[in-house]
Structure formats: C-alpha cells, structure tokens
Design a protein around this ligand. Sequence first.
Ligand SMILES: Cc1cc2nc3c(=O)[nH]c(=O)nc-3n(C[C@H](O)[C@H](O)[C@H](O)COP(=O)(O)OP(=O)(O)OC[C@H]3O[C@@H](n4cnc5c(N)ncnc54)[C@H](O)[C@@H]3O)c2cc1C
Length: 478
Amino acid sequence: MALGTASIATRLREAVPNDRVITDEATLVPYMFDASFWSLRQRRMPEAVVVPQSTAEVVAAVRVAAETGTPIVARGAGTGQTGGAVAPTGGIVISFARMRAILDIDRANLQAVVEPGLVYLDFQNALAPHGLFFPPDPGSGRACTLGGMAANNASGPHAVRWGTTSAYVLGAEVVLADASVITTGGVHSKALKSSSGIDLTKLFVGSEGTLGIFTKLRLRVQPKPPARAVILAGYAKLEDTVASLDDLFASGILPSTAELLDRSAVDALRLWRPELALPEGEAVLLVEVEGTPDQVAANVRYTDAVIRRRATVTRFAEDEKEISRLWAARGGLAAATALAHPGKHRIFAGEDLAVPLTEIPRTVRRAREIGAELRIAVIFYGHFGDGNVHSAILVDPDDADEVRRADELADRLHRLAIEMGGTVTGEHGTGAVRAPYMRAEHGDALDVMKRIKDVMDPKGILNPGKIWSETSSAAPRS
Ligand SMILES: Cc1cc2nc3c(=O)[nH]c(=O)nc-3n(C[C@H](O)[C@H](O)[C@H](O)COP(=O)(O)OP(=O)(O)OC[C@H]3O[C@@H](n4cnc5c(N)ncnc54)[C@H](O)[C@@H]3O)c2cc1C
C-alpha cells in the first residue's frame, strides 16, 4: 500500500541525506512535465523527487519505494516526448542531475564508463580530444542524458550508418526493483562483443526504466572520421528520393546521413534561413559522407554523380563552417515550424513514425491528406535513410476543437505507421503516449514483455503506466 506524501518524504530522508530530497510544491512543478503534449495535460505532481549522488543512494531510494509499494520513475533531462519521465500516478521521481561523471575513457579499448545523468553533448566534448565520438546523435543532444538515451534507445540522423544507442551500450550497472544491483555485459568485462549468456544489456536498453534503473553505462565509442561533406539535393517528387537512395545502395554507398526535408519543412526553413537558398521541388535530402579528407573528396563526387540521376539540383558543402551551418539550420527546424504558422505552437504528439524506406512517400502523402482533412497544420521531415518520419503538428493550445482534431491526427498517424509495416516510434520511445498501440504493433509478443516485467518488478513500482498501459488515458478513440 502506498504511503502518503509526508510518510514517503520521511522515509526518503531517513534513507538518503536530507538535501537529496525535494518535496516543496514549487520545486516539484517541473517534474510534472517532459516535452510531450500529453504531460502538459496530465499535470500529476510526484510526492517527492530524489536527486542521488551515488549508486548507494539510488539503492536506498528504490528500497523505500519497494518497501512502501510506491511508484518510482527515473528521470534524465525530461526531454522525452512520450511522458516517460513523469509519474502519472504520483510517487517518487529519481533525478540523475547529480550523477554526471565520466568514470573512464579508454581509447585503446574503444569504450567509456559514465554515470547516466551525463549530458550527451558533454560526453561528445570530452571524447573529442581523444579523437573519439559517440555515434547516436539525438536532436536534443545539448540537454538529454545518456541514461535517457539508453532507456529510450535514442538515435538521430547518423543512425543510417552508425545505428542506435542499443548498439553502443556494452554493459550497465542496474538497480533492480528489489533494490539489488547487477552489472550486465560481464562484471569485469572490457570486451567489445560477447556471446556469453542471455544479453541482459539489450533487455534493459529501450525498457524506459520499467525493468531497472541505470546507475552506470559502459559505452562503445568510435574513432571520429576526420572529414565529412554534405550534399544538398532537391527533388521534384518525393518518390525520386527513395529511388535516389536505392541508386546509392546499388552503387555500394551507405551514406552516414540521408535527412529528408519535405516541401512543408523547406517552406518553414526558407522563412527562417533564406540565405540557405534551399532548392525548389517536393523534397530535399541532406546526404553526408565521412572519412579521411582524400576519401571524402572522392566519395562526395562519386555520391553526387549517383544522386544527380534523380535530383533536379545538387550542391555540396566541403567546408566545415558551411557544413555546420547546414546542420544548424536542420537542427533549428523545430523553431522554424512556428514561423511558418504564426499563432500556433508545435506539440510533440505522433511525431516519430518509422516505416520501410520504400513506404516513406506513401506515408507522407497519406499523412498530409489526413492533416488536411482534419484542418491541422503539419510539417514533415525525418531521418530518411532509416525510414524515420517526423511530423511537427502545430496547434493553438487554447482552441479545444483544434486540440481534439490534433489528437485525432496523432492517433491516425500512429495507426498509419503500423499499416505501412512500420512502428509507432523510431526513436522517442513508448512511454504513456504510445502504450495504447503496443498490442497492434507487437501482437502476442506484448504478453511476453509483460511476463518479463512481472518477474522483474512484481509490485509494478518501476515507471508504472508506461509501455503496457492498455487503459492509459492516452488511449485512442475507437
Ligand atoms: C527538441 C527535441 C528533439 C529531440 N530529438 C530526438 C532525436 O533526434 N532522437 C531521439 O531519439 N530522441 C529525440 N528527442 C527525445 C528525447 O530527447 C530522447 O528520447 C532522449 O534520449 C531522452 O533523454 P532524457 O535524458 O531527456 O530522458 P528523460 O526524458 O528524462 O527520460 C526518458 C526515459 O528514460 C528513462 N530514464 C531516464 N534516466 C534513466 C535511468 N538512469 N535509468 C533508467 N531509465 C531512465 C525515463 O524513466 C523515461 O522513461 C528529442 C526531444 C526534444 C525535446
């Protein structure tokens, strides 16, 4: 039976130093939210927030949760878009804001050990002097934490070539629901691969804090390619982009990014960054190639020649300043969407479909039609090379009818992704928002996931209401 607020706070203060526990309402407010539109409407305050400084303090907080049957929700930076880091039924939020240390960078063995509250960009900056980098690159990288990335299996534009966070977590220290601590991936291992036993690391990665809480991560890192170049290609038709990508594959080229800007996104960026002179047409691709300077100089020309078979226009950037300018513009798309629709606000809902590459044009066209039918402004872009289609939905949050139509749009986009043979989330995770779609996407496999959850967390204290909540308040209308 869960205790009242005062009792939970008292128990926590007995377990960890007093200054680690937050219970005053004004300071608790930010913990009611992440970046999801869902959390703006949910507005449930946790009873307490714990900000531990060590694994022992995490263990102590989890023990209080376990003994009192209180929900406990891990939180990185709260940039998640699915309500993952908020506590919809109240309880304890455990923030990793004070566990941000880099414990080891071992270039010779291509790995690093970090605490989960470390911000992605701080990690990249620390790796750079060693000539290393961590390939998964979420757009929220200036704020999001490596713990949040591992819990959501986050990724970004470079996933095309380099894969998602899952490929880079070699092992983890995890606090389980009964407050015991395990190390996955081998207690003393520094190996880069392993076929030993069941891969528990993979089980925890992407499980969104529902099976255990990361307190350390052993991460694979890579030598950073010293040079890169970006080709900016304009296409008359969306379908030409898929054909172009297929031409690249047929020529033996796997670019390190292939970012899509639909016409709606190009129009928004033109308002914000007219000096980029983005090409006309229905779509633009940003294709990046990497390597040594000589390799890049040759590869960019070879790749450009292949792309030109379908693109109406191409130009390339080889100078790092120009490349950074292009990526900064792409990174600022979220801000540009608001310029294209004054008075509207971007909401994070239905924003993260991933479909087979060949279905991207059909998905975008159908999504555009649904948006028009529901009279909702939407801007499309995405990590085209791995089928991840982002939709920026824009609404006036004070217009109840428009919000209702936006909810319907998000619901139909999720269903569209499954119809197209894809997934409701390519990188942002399930959280509370996508829980209602898990049955349609996973079928009976969902029951196996639930059985694993029941064994590992029989009291259901770890991040309840996420992934399995088939009765979630985010449930789509029938
Ligand atoms: C503008 C913007 C752009 C974004 N772009 C991308 C993108 O390109 N790619 C992408 O993948 N995502 C993107 N995201 C979503 C989000 O940033 C990522 O999912 C990120 O990995 C979340 O990290 P966080 O530290 O903010 O985690 P939080 O939001 O705090 O938490 C996310 C989940 O991780 C769990 N969690 C956090 N820490 C731990 C821990 N130590 N142990 C166990 N579970 C834990 C939480 O319980 C929650 O379920 C974007 C978000 C925004 C707002």
